[in-house]
Write a protein that binds this ligand. Structure first.
Ligand SMILES: Nc1ncnc2c1ncn2[C@@H]1O[C@H](COP(=O)(O)OP(=O)(O)OP(=O)(O)O)[C@@H](O)[C@H]1O
Length: 670
């Protein structure tokens, strides 16, 4: 007889919410009691208002979580909205994530039998997911949850994709999601799309993470991680440094971390690898990694306090919110989603990175030195390094991280990582910040402008750089605030917000529509034409490439031979750059007009002080004359800028036409 499934209420009043036990980019997770069933559960609370741009992701996650049915996958009991939050009710995993456990008691990573036990369970989950057409896309220690009895569940389907999807969702496979350190090269590259083999790569990286306590390249800013992953040989376990690990472990990792996805084993095949023979039962995990651990909530609080301390130190040192955001990256949080085309084009422009290859190869896998004991699993030997050439260097990622200073930098700003990580990215992208509008101009407006300075700025051409900055805070809003803590004692006060509106166990489509509409209507959106893509907390725009890759119309018209796709690809950044340039010029123009108005206003006021005099009487004071000449100069500059803008618009239109022609050609060819 089939045991009837427990029916979890879709009503917030039926849950007693206790302490916070986890936190991600988009959500906080609480321990809670389902009162009618008298069962402890975990509730993931997502603020839908903050997820305007990622409702599709949420819908996907909830849908996947509700449909899956495998002991190694974290499924949702139910989900519903309450106020502007979405609650996802799921089994409570009292041990927390492997990342949390490592941070608390195994900073150097786990022993091999523990790793084998953990990974075998994860692999079983992947076999199931892949067989059902899903790519998880975010396999990492932070998403491997351990229950009180040592059983394992893979969590977080926030970025998972369904291979069988069509239309919009199919497109997901051509987007760039996940967490850079764990991300397969083909996901970054997107040349031919990617499939479930991307999870095998992340699985290999997770194996290294569990072995060392951190993922390879975890100290590097995302851009550098991307370049290293794309350009260097894969990371791996080192024969020297990782002596304590078995040959079969090294081989298993090497089998996963092959750049060519076709040469990676499927999850099913990998499960048969001899490495997993040493996997034990859950109670082994319970004894070895859970025993003596404080309750999850306490651990979470301690870790959070530690992180807050670190963040505070960083921000005190630099007074810069960017570091806080970078800290999240270091913590292994997902959602560093960038516009891939921008990234690729930017990466292509960073020539000097080639020089880094050698240094970075030190981090490359010892794959090249390994025998492949795992039949049929081809190893791609990339840039093999002979020990004679670099005798004293380990291949190990952690070693490389220890020697971070030895790695040549992409830009000076990278050198100071982790102190200046986002600035480094800003060199390549515009990561917009609300408040940081053109400071020079603001100063000018607010403080009045010295004549000399103004003259200078008027005489020199205004170089409109690639940076523009405006948007939301990068500060994780719950780092220093207690607003997310919902304990029993707070329940009374928070209860009104717990009103049930409707169940969201099913698709979130209608909700998404509304929110999307809202997001389109925001003032910010309307004013930011230059934004190419807004993902997670960042809006990524293409940087102004014009300085590095000037647009040459005559050249464009001469293009006949290269394939249409490559022309289109090479045109895109220029087009984006021009668009951005336009937007910036418009902004500049607007500011200048405002300034002129202000100055003219001042003049008027001044004139009005002596009625009927201003138009007839010659300007007598030097200040008056100065202002008058400034106004004239500004008006002239205005005119020039308007002209430039017009020209750029025309160029833009031409390029757009060319681009659409090329696209058409490309489509015809296909
Ligand atoms: N069912 C659960 N039981 C116990 N802890 C959990 C549970 N689900 C999640 N957590 C904890 O909460 C953290 C954040 O959850 P989750 O990963 O789902 O959020 P997220 O916003 O999707 O995060 P990210 O995008 O960074 O992976 C996890 O890393 C884990 O430590």
């Amino acid at each position: 007889m089939e045991v009837p499934k427990e029916r979890f209420p879709v009503n917030a009043e039926d849950y007693k919410v206790y302490e916070e036990v986890g936190e991600g980019v988009s959500a906080s997770v609480y321990r809670a009691l389902c009162v009618p069933l008298n069962k402890i559960v975990a509730i993931k609370v997502l603020d839908l208002e903050k997820c305007n741009n990622d409702l599709d992701g949420i819908r996907r996650e909830v849908q996947t979580m509700s449909l899956i049915n495998h002991p190694n996958l974290l499924r949702a009991y139910c989900s519903f909205t309450t106020g502007h939050n979405l609650w996802v009710v799921m089994p409570y995993m009292a041990g927390g994530s492997c990342l949390h456990i490592m941070k608390t008691s195994f900073p150097e990573g786990f022993e091999e039998p523990v790793i084998a036990t953990l990974l075998r369970e994860v692999l079983k989950a992947l076999v199931y997911l892949h067989a059902h057409g899903h790519i998880h896309r975010d396999v990492k220690a932070g998403n491997i949850l351990v229950d009180f009895n040592g059983s394992i569940k893979l969590a977080d389907f926030g970025v998972s994709a369904c291979m069988f999807d069509t239309g919009d969702r199919q497109r997901v496979r051509n987007t760039f999601v996940g967490t850079p350190c764990w991300m397969a090269p083909e996901v970054m590259q997107q040349l031919h799309g990617y499939d479930f083999k991307a999870d095998i790569w992340s699985f290999g990286i997770t194996a290294l993470e569990l072995a060392h306590g951190h993922a390879p390249f975890s100290k590097y800013p995302p851009m550098k991680v991307l370049l290293m992953t794309l350009q260097n040989a894969p990371p791996g376990l080192d024969y020297e440094r990782d002596k304590k690990f078995s040959k079969s472990f090294k081989e298993m990792v090497a089998a996963c971390l092959v750049k060519d996805p076709k040469k990676r084993p499927s999850s099913e095949k990998l499960l048969k690898h001899p490495f997993f023979k040493q996997a034990r039962t859950p109670d082994y995990l319970q004894r070895t990694i859970l025993d003596g651990l404080p309750p999850l909530g306490d651990r979470f609080r301690m870790l959070k306090a530690k992180e807050a301390d670190l963040l505070l130190q960083n921000s005190e040192l630099n007074g810069n919110k960017d570091h806080l955001s970078q800290q999240e990256y270091i913590r292994g949080i997902s959602a560093w989603n960038f516009n891939l085309e921008d990234l690729k084009n930017q990466a292509a422009l960073i020539q000097d990175y080639d020089e880094n290859s050698n240094a970075n190869d030190q981090n490359s896998s010892s794959n090249s030195k390994q025998e492949n004991g795992f039949n049929d699993v081809g190893l791609q030997l990339e840039k093999p390094l002979s020990p004679e050439i670099i005798p004293n260097h380990s291949d190990d990622a952690s070693h490389l991280e220890d020697e971070i200073d030895e790695v040549p930098n992409l830009e000076d700003s990278f050198a100071s990582f982790p102190m200046k990580p986002l600035q480094a990215l800003k060199g390549c992208f515009d990561i917009d910040e609300d408040s940081a509008v053109d400071e020079k101009l603001l100063d000018t407006e607010e403080n009045g402008i010295e004549n000399q300075d103004l003259k200078k700025s008027l005489q020199q051409p205004i170089i409109i750089g690639p940076k523009k900055h405006s948007s939301g805070s990068l500060l994780p809003d719950n780092v220093f605030s207690s607003k997310k803590l919902i304990g029993d004692f707070e329940r009374e006060s928070t209860q009104p917000g717990f009103r049930v509106e409707r169940s969201y166990s099913g698709p979130l489509q209608s909700r998404q529509k509304n929110n999307t509409a809202n997001s389109f209507n925001t003032k910010e959106d309307a004013s930011e034409e230059a934004v190419v893509q807004r993902k997670g907390r960042f809006k990524v725009t293409s940087a102004d490439l014009s300085l590095k890759a000037p647009v040459n119309n005559s050249n464009l018209s001469g293009i006949t031979s290269p394939p249409a796709s490559s022309i289109a690809t090479s045109l895109l950044p220029s087009l984006q750059s021009i668009l951005q340039h336009n937007a910036l010029q418009r902004e500049e123009l607007y500011k200048l007009i405002k300034f002129v108005e202000q100055v003219s206003g001042n003049c008027m006021e001044y004139g009005e002080a002596g009625p009927n005099e201003s138009s007839q009487t010659p300007l007598s004071s030097p200040r008056e004359r100065e202002l008058q000449s400034q106004v004239i100069q500004l008006q002239q500059r205005n005119g020039i800028l308007a002209e430039q803008l017009q020209r750029q618009k025309m160029k833009n239109a031409q390029l757009e036409m060319k681009l659409s022609d090329l696209m058409k050609k490309e489509n015809i060819q296909e």
